[in-house]
Write a protein that binds this ligand. Sequence first.
Ligand SMILES: Cc1cc2nc3c(=O)[nH]c(=O)nc-3n(C[C@H](O)[C@H](O)[C@H](O)COP(=O)(O)OP(=O)(O)OC[C@H]3O[C@@H](n4cnc5c(N)ncnc54)[C@H](O)[C@@H]3O)c2cc1C
Length: 374
Amino acid sequence: MTTGISWDVAVIGAGIVGAACAWRLAERGLKVVVLEQGSPAGGSTGKSAAGVRAQFTSETNILLSKHSIEEYASMPEASYQPGGYLLLVPEAQWPSAQLGVDLQHRLGVPTECLTPTEAQMHAEFLPDGLGGCTYCGTDGHVDAHGLTMVYVNRARELGTRFLLDTTVTGIQRAGEIWRLTTSAGMVEAPLLVNSSGAWSGEVGALAGLEIPVQPARRMVFTTGPLKLPRPLPMIFDLESGVWLRSEGERIILGRANPVDVGWREGMEWDWLEPTLEAAMTRFPWLETASLDRRASWWGYYEVTPDHQAIVGRMPGVEGWLNACGFSGHGIMHAAAIARVIAQEALGETPFIDLSPLRYERFEQMPQDLTDIQV
Ligand SMILES: Cc1cc2nc3c(=O)[nH]c(=O)nc-3n(C[C@H](O)[C@H](O)[C@H](O)COP(=O)(O)OP(=O)(O)OC[C@H]3O[C@@H](n4cnc5c(N)ncnc54)[C@H](O)[C@@H]3O)c2cc1C
């Protein structure tokens, strides 16, 4: 059985990246089908902390975030909250953070350099070991699920078909066509977009391709209601890797566990204590907070060896485009990624230089790994 329709592009995955790509591809006149094994935003997208920030140290990442945030700010359904991002930077990293801020300014991102004392206007924290802080008031968070549904609906209005509860189980190239075996039958298209999130390595393997994306479990711990003098921006302590922000009257917080890699399921409550210990060293007031276990959650990051996304045409593989491996930045980059993927699909030069994110870099590792990873 086939869907009986000749598609121009098959998009695998209806997370925020796949949904946004589907819309931008359809907007350019292409006939698009999206294959999703569950429901839209049911993968990492619906589990994220939905933070968006343009505070990066590479031009490509800054521009991907800047253009995406501008798009989200123009969409009421995105519920864009410019609550700011405050980065607490250790002494050793302060010189490179300042260079990053210079670059952000050149690209139109209004990040401020603050002393730890000045930064206390945003949040209370202990300043030990910090060289300085950076704060950008146009960073913040969005409603990632709501955004994904907007993209799904926009794509549908342009004729895109979403095959939900449909798993891609086989991929073969037959002449100039990708032939996808799915639980809903065969789907064929000359172009394929691999936007399958943490599953992208496995989807690549279906076609015999090595795409270095691994799942890595992340926890989000949620406190009970707290009385704070003001809502907290997203704060990232680069020393300990702890991040936190206000979510209504509560705080959500997390910290990457570097050994939690692979398809591990469920909450890892043993990771709570190391997270809180590190968090309370910087934010001692957290001691008064209670934990709301039922409001805490987990999900998968989609991690590459250098914690940078893999975007663009796959070298030597006709008709295969990657939009995956965002390593925890997929929400903040999705809108711009969709535009560059549509440009790649049509053979145009992407409006943002994708060189640092192209698959080819893995032939030249190691490379610059300085961008922060939250
Ligand atoms: C706890 C946590 C916090 C995070 N915080 C942030 C944050 O603050 N900011 C930020 O930018 N990012 C954050 N992220 C990362 C962000 O969630 C991801 O980068 C983003 O959701 C990636 O979107 P995606 O569409 O590529 O992947 P997904 O949303 O995972 O979508 C991929 C889809 O592909 C489908 N799929 C996979 N295999 C197949 C197959 N064989 N057939 C059919 N369908 C398939 C899946 O079902 C899934 O729906 C966080 C992630 C987690 C887990």
